[in-house]
Design a protein around this ligand. Sequence first.
Ligand SMILES: *Cc1c(COP(=O)(O)O)cnc(C)c1O
Length: 387
Amino acid sequence: MKKYENMNTALIHGGISIDERTGAVNVPIYQTSTYKQDGLGKMRGYEYSRTGNPTREALEALIAELEGGEAGFAFASGMAAAAAVLSLFKSGDRVLISANVYGGTFRILDKIFSNFGITYKISDTENTDSFEKDITPDVKAVLIESPANPLMTATDIKAVSEIAHRRGLLVIVDNTFMTPYLQKPIPLGADIVIHSATKYLGGHSDLVAGLAVVNSKELAEKLAFIQNSTGGVLAPFDSFLLIRGIKTLGVRMDRHVFNAEKAAEFLSRHKGVAKVYYPGLEDDKGYAVNKKQAKNGGAMLSFELKENYDIGVFFESVELIMLAESLGGAESLVCHPSSMTHASIPEDIRKRVGITDGLIRLSVGIEDIEDILADLSQAIEKSEIKR
Ligand SMILES: *Cc1c(COP(=O)(O)O)cnc(C)c1O
């Protein structure tokens, strides 16, 4: 019997949260590759750590519970999780992907899975009619992100899932940006949720990890087989760190979002800013869809400076905020999507979907908002081109 109903409690007590043998309030780090067997075929539940490890298992039970799924799987990175999930498909199958998917997700389909005959098509999943038209007989799944960066476009997970299921497709949602604290794709209709746990779930920029959650026993068996066969599992110590990070997800996200809302308002009023992309702003294109399915707009936003501002100078002028890849850590980070996170997407596709060279992405951290705004303000001011 569960002793709780609510999310913040689940973050702390979910899955397997104590050590039964000693009463330790944290799951021990089982730093072992193998397990003594009591006789031929007499295992105590574990045989080899690629197949199963108690620390990883505690994390896997936790993420399954948080996402409301049947089973969870922990991988050495978000990309390893995506690769395992895409290994469910076979030669001749096609996967539809949202226009703004993570660059690495695009790359693994474009450059790796294509070698095995698994193809993809970029589909405008924001527009359900156009998405449905893309479902040809070879399409077996749709992979979406909502919001999808860097333009923070929103896809209606419920509407897309209904169409996809009617046509026999699996629905895969990359929930990295929202986390189960803000959005739960499985109750909305998704079959599989994937995460780069490197980001908000870990939350401290000290770990690379990936997670997948499936909604059925059948998918759980298939993914367990793939995880064990291909072997991209998360190490025991990193599993421990991730459990530790997840405990504070709620308090961190509340603060991240509080700061992001303030930063979005500040930037939208700034004379040097041409456009802000943040689904928490009422005039954002994704506002209505995001509001239906997520608690709020999250803590990622992008913006464009006006033409008389030099973004190179902006990136060199930020002092507190760091120019770096990644997101979701305690510290605020900025990046340049067209040359960094989304560089593996060919230029013509980038231009078509609106990832311009003037776009700046901001992962709003949990510092004092006054300091974040002061830094943005001075960096924008310095980047103005004086004629
Ligand atoms: C970072 C990221 C990934 C890849 O995860 P890694 O942990 O870096 O392998 C996938 N999807 C999204 C949305 C991401 O931000």
